[in-house]
Write a protein that binds this ligand. Sequence first.
Ligand SMILES: *Cc1c(COP(=O)(O)O)cnc(C)c1O
Length: 398
Amino acid sequence: MEQLAIFGGRPVRESRISYGRQCIEQDDVDAVVATLTSDYLTCGPKIEELEQKLCEITGAKYAVAVSNGTAALHIAAMAAGFSQGEEVIVSSITFAASSNCVLYCGAHPVFADINPETYNIDPASIRKLITSRTKGIIAVDFTGQATELDEIRAICKEHDLILIEDAAHAIGTKYKGQPVGSIADMTCFSFHPVKTVTGGEGGAVTTNDEQLYRRLMRLRSHGITRHQEEMVHPSDAGWYNEQVELGYNYRMTDFQAALLISQLSKLQKFSARRKEIVEKYNEAFSAMPEIAVQKEIPESDTTRHLYILRLNPELLTCSRREFFDALCAENIYPQVHYLPVYYHSYYEKLGYQKGICPNAEKYYEEVMSIPLYYSLTNEEAEDVICAVKKIVEYYRKK
Ligand SMILES: *Cc1c(COP(=O)(O)O)cnc(C)c1O
């Protein structure tokens, strides 16, 4: 058996690769540079062009571009009206921003468990958590796979709840043929560099509801409006605008928008390549009983953001920690997505206790995300498979 690099053996690769990285090409650079010397650096035409493009891609009526995905979630949670004394049900396996936005509004996040095979929020767990104080649901399209939207929307309809879809992982994904972004009451996107398309930083909210759209537009910029029908003291004076509520400066720059427009024009090729790599990994790992492959639901045509390598602890002698460190030594740097949100010490201080979402907690002990990005070559993907095999063989239970 080959010696693992962590014990002094030769690593599978000479140079490091990690779980994600952006792809910026010359035309992306040109688009940014052209915008830098244009008349507008912010609040200019590139923002509207980007919002138009997001509407085309998602099929939503309205899109609001903002400074990042967390800002998108914050103004969506505000527009939903979440406030003190109310509960919002949130996926337990997600980035903390998905539930922090509930806290920003003074409301109380309630964590739902995941489906142990798809890793998305489990509608049965949502049902158990609904009380008279429940106001909404924030469901995450984890790894890019659409969450079970039909069932979750049915729950929302039954209990008069607002659905915010956190699609930070899922630009380009379709649910039953319909693009993510036009299905929930509001859908939030992130364009951080590890996501499928990037603006450096960036985010957006899409919606089909005009009232929500108007509110989102105001909240993005201080709560100030130029629309007379939204004013308490309407005036048609050329200079007049009015702050009608407390908002923020969550604006995106025009050069970020230019980068995103350029990136979004490549969404299909980005998506297709990610699917190819996922298939390659699925094929290799489904042949290894020590590794569990994420279940794909037929309703989701998925642009995959993350590839989750899940260990079967019953068949391996190593811990997740040992596997993770061994993979790093082979020069493949994974990451873990995610800590159950309520494990964070801040949430612990708020009174959340371990044990509330058993599937999420078990999931967390067994996973790591391995390299998945557009520019990952077939050779690099083979190296990843080879390293995983090497480590599995070393730690296989006899
Ligand atoms: C990345 C991410 C966010 C936050 O987006 P930022 O653009 O980094 O603020 C929110 N939710 C999920 C699930 C994410 O992956």
